[in-house]
Design a protein around this ligand. Sequence first.
Ligand SMILES: Cc1ncc(COP(=O)(O)O)c(C=O)c1O
Length: 437
Amino acid sequence: MNNLILQDRRHVWHPFTQEATAPDPIPILSASGATLHGADGKSYLDLISSWWLTTHGHAHPVIAEAIAQQAKKLEQVIFAGFTHEPAVHLATALAEKLPAGLTRVFFSDNGSTAVEVSLKMARQYYLNRGEQRDQFLAFDGGYHGDTVGAMSMGATTGFFEPFKPLLFAVDTLPYPQTWMGDQTVEAREADSLAALDSYLETQGHRCAGLLLEPLVQGASGMRMCRPEFIQAVAKRVKAAGVLLIFDEVMTGFGRVGTLFASEKAGVTPDIICLSKGLTGGFMPLSVTVCRESIYEAFLGESFDRAFAHGHSFTANSLSCAAALASLSLFEQEKSLEKVAQIETIHQQRMAAILPRTSLEKPRITGVIAALDFVTADAGYGSKMAPFLKAFFIERGLLIRPLGNVLYLLPPYCISEADLHRAWDGIEAALQAVESSA
Ligand SMILES: Cc1ncc(COP(=O)(O)O)c(C=O)c1O
């Protein structure tokens, strides 16, 4: 066995992995564009952007150079009482690009912390205004990260059973997932809105915020909903004086075709959480951006009103430099046009497989294309997942199904030929599943 794998197996503990049964991890030496280069000489086409991070491509020279230059100048400085150019320039650029009104940027390190910050911010915002609001609202199947607050908000995903006694109670609403050709979505949306109305009527005054993944719930299976639904939710929540918090950790930075899903949904939240694609997938960094009126509620003479939250690496300057370089690439490389081209190919190839009986609920938005394999054991624990993962890896394709849900979420630099190769792989997988049934 390769020495690196032996050492890995001796000392490393991998995330979201059953180490007793998982195949050996694949050592990757380097990466470029949409391709990972393995130590075994094999290449793997990264069709999930390495957990939804990579935007412009792996090891992009512009971002690599920005990090290298920044590392020679200032790698890190305490962010309480000090500031630096990359952070200020990034906050300014984000405020310009985000929907109008989202102006105040709080930095942290990853998607989960961005969500924790949003919850604490919402709770203290009301407290500072003299209101006791200690409830939060979420959607069934929403995933928001693995820290305790984020797990509480995402408890319905089923990922957190061992930790349930540690989580705080959160009210959840039914989520009206939809797909191509769906004729029944309006009834499901009406049910969900009725549940929201009845909650707001009795509990609205105690609720600090509704947290949701706009347009696509990622981890629970790339479950999509309509912009009209998000708009109807926003209208009700705002009328009830409850803060609307968007978790755009996955959907942000072009995934759904606009820079932020908020734009495509036509809704500006009160607070937005961003991470993953923020640095082009190079460095850990996240931001929680809020309206100025929320920030102003923390101002005053006493420290008690201040936001007592911070991480050692807050606004790390290398991460901020990477994020600035990544933002500039969206314009230089016309990334959103590339996203539109990817979406067109997704639509063509999905149309070709629609008649197959082994799939259902086909859905596409931006670079995200997903379908469910029809199986008796649907869900995250489905046996389809390890079978399909191995099937694709064998063919040099990194596609990591979420249970029986198969999806593509490629980086924007992927070539047409490579994207077609991925869809050819999906067709072969459908064939294999159908012939073994
Ligand atoms: C929508 C959403 N929110 C939050 C998170 C948590 O982000 P992280 O894994 O960086 O903590 C994720 C991660 O997949 C996510 O998809």
